[in-house]
Design a binder for this molecule. Sequence first.
Ligand code: SF4
Ligand code: SF4
Length: 84
Amino acid sequence: MIEIKDDWCKGCKVCIERCPVGALEESDRLNKKGIRPPKLKEKNECNFCRLCELICPDLAITVIPDREVKKDVKKILLSPTGGK
Ligand code: SF4
Ligand code: SF4
């Protein structure tokens, strides 16, 4: 999973150009600055290498590897309070 803070993006496209598997593309929506931030392509090829997170000059991207998401879901399922 990739979290993109759309409004932090300045549209430099470094993440799109440098992703080693071409997993990102410009989205259709505009952010507060009138810029189209990146999004994952419909066919998700992301391998969680984190390059986009590291090179984004505006720290707009956070990469959350799937296993971390699964661990969180497991924690919630195992918790008697449902993770609250
Ligand atoms: S590298 Fe960061 S600022 Fe540049 S387009 Fe990607 S998300 Fe936006
Ligand atoms: S984590 Fe790596 S593979 Fe995934 S979108 Fe970012 S640069 Fe591409």
